[in-house]
Design a protein around this ligand. Sequence first.
Ligand SMILES: [Zn+2]
Ligand SMILES: [Zn+2]
Length: 412
Amino acid sequence: MTTSPLLSGLSEELPELRALYEDLHTHPELSFQEERTAAVVAGRLREQGGWEVTEGVGGTGVVGVLANGDGPVVLLRADMDALPVREETGLAYASETDGVMHACGHDMHVAWLLGATGRLAAVRDGWRGTVVAVFQPGEEVGGAPKMLADGFAERFPRPDVCLGQHVAAAPAGLVGTRAGALMAGADSMRVTLFGRGGHGSTPEATVDPVVLAAAVVMRLQTVVSREVAAGQQAVVTVGSIHGGTKENIIPDTVELKINIRTATEAVRERVLAAVERIVRAESAASAAPKEPEFEPIDSFPVTHNDPAATASVQAALAAEFPGLTFELTSPVPNSEDFGAFGTALGVPSVYWFVGGADHKLYEGVDLEALVRDGIPPQIPSNHSPHFAPAPDPTLETGVRALLAAAGHWLAP
Ligand SMILES: [Zn+2]
Ligand SMILES: [Zn+2]
């Protein structure tokens, strides 16, 4: 148990924090539409006092800055958006918006960060430095780049470290991370292949982009199998292919949408280069009349935990939660845009997972297998309509984890 002065008084605040969490859960908002949530966040920060609050950063983003004397600057980040999922939890505080649900637990993240900002505002003699509390829109759809593009670096103090956390379907009370690559990078793109259309009966007078596209799709399957080492991780998926209107017309173009997941920057660069090389070479092999076009849809870098900063966070978490921390053995395939802050600002970042699943769900599950193999399929995980983190103790664990981790930099 903690001895941090920042955490004194937290237990008295938990009932109100729980009410806040349930209210957020009942009122989910889709990515970039987090108007009500942002208003709740800004209102709470102003009530807590001391926070310089800026709204409308990158759309609906909210930033609170609390300067408390000389010392390091720590950025703490939560995301606010919900998902187009119809809730099936049956909770008393279930979503009142049909077809929209906090199925990724970002309501928990908002409550955690507001719990932490409340303690930071209340116990000023328990820390020194500056905290930048970031409430971002659109986690998995580029909300962080939008905030950065809105002058984030010029408008707010430059942090020494960026810290973030996500609720996971691991047992409630557990906290875990790893140094280095934590989550996959994701790159999506639209590729347009050009042929020369004509009559289906006279292919010799055309360049058929359907055949070209077929060759591209098949050849792309060799990227992971032939160009990525056995011990590395990568996925290349062509999730969409569109071309042509009628069986006897050879079309002019075919469009592909490609999704790529990689776990290191080196593999990412290699896979992206291989995809482009194959698309261009197959176009040339088909005598395409025009170079193919590549249009990025979105891009999230590998979520990379700075080794030195991660070691400090892991030590702080191990002291705060004895026997309840775990270390992931490999990166998880999910993607995040939290890493965009550290990358764009040129500072280290650390991200970790906080278990939120009710222990009843884990009866008979071996925890070593959990760390090795991931969440068992019978446990509702993030994005499931049944995803329902247990507020007790998950709310308290997340606030303590944030303050314990930040405390390494903010200790008086
Ligand atoms: Zn999610
Ligand atoms: Zn999420």
